[in-house]
Ligand binder design. Sequence first.
Ligand code: NAP
Ligand code: ZN
Ligand code: ZN
Length: 354
Amino acid sequence: MTTSTVATTSTVAAYVASAAKAPLERTTIERRPVSEHDVLIDIKYAGICHSDIHQVQEGWGEAIFPMVPGHEIAGVVAEVGPGVTKYAVGDRVGVGVMVDSCRECANCRAGLEQYCFHGMTGTYNDRDRGGEVTYGGYSTRIVVDENYVVRIPDSLPLEVAAPLLCAGITTYSPLRHWNVGPGTKVAVVGMGGLGHVAVKLAHAMGAEVTVLSQSLRKKDDGLRLGADHYYATSDPTTFDDLAASFDVILSTVSAPLDLAAYFALLKTGGTFANVGLPEQAMSVEPFSLIDGRKTLAGSMIGGIAETQEMLDFCGQHGLGAEIELIDADQINTAYDRVLGSDVRYRFVIDTATI
Ligand code: NAP
Ligand code: ZN
Ligand code: ZN
């Protein structure tokens, strides 16, 4: 343990996809030296987000290989650069979907670094400001600028906190932005990684929460996590029963939806907030929005300050993800299960097994 700058790179173990759709395999990668404002983090746990799978499969377009996915990182600070003021060795910290941004544009200055006009730097499948490829959390260590690191409250075990770094902030930010709280009726579409956290958050915010899932298979869990109602979208009567019911619908679905059917569930003036990122476009039938002055909106993760706010909120409410802790050699099986909507409700890798 040292607080001095180490000028050399370090070799760390990681799980890597060598090409699009390739199974992930163990290898080693280089991490950059710990410079002035950097924090070296011993990664303890890394969540598996459906976005990892979209990118390994090049579902969103060309990606950078070899790829080390993982943007739900929870760990402990192992070393800090000499200019670091926010963190010390031993601190429990997290890293989410971005590790840098320009820091100067209006959005960066407003705490909306995820919408940086010059592009945020993704934790993986991206190039940093110096042009080096970024590698994510399916590894044992990572070096990140302190300004893109957040603190994990002591009340949250690291393994249930890890998924909050993406699933948590991606659902917290739109729930806050569209004022979900007491008196609001919100529907969460999809009871997967993002969806189950959204149910917990919206319940903790005081809203009346309905889950819209493909089936009733996960109904007991949904109600236990805080949903007031749970419906199957495979049952056509659901769309009749719930017509004009919701102030906000938050869709976490990873596949294209029949949007008009969901807009019909909004009250007049309601908002369909989409965070899911299907690999195919979704079409909008204009009449389905104008009748009732409805809004179709989108949202991407959240800024650094808001991510810290979300973690503190979760700490106060004792709110973490429901996880299946896996060894690293189960990552490929876990991917198959996520693709089959068979995740309860986030796979988290114990990085000690990498
Ligand atoms: P996930 O764990 O796989 O959950 C997605 C859920 O969507 C499934 O559990 C399933 O829920 C439902 N679903 C899947 N296929 C469906 C279909 N054909 N029709 C209807 N429902 C379907 O995935 P996740 O990690 O939560 O991520 C969800 C999506 O959000 C992904 O596309 C991901 O890339 C995206 N994402 C976006 C952001 C952002 O910043 N906007 C951040 C992270 C992730 P039921 O079984 O309950 O139906
Ligand atoms: Zn994610
Ligand atoms: Zn910027």
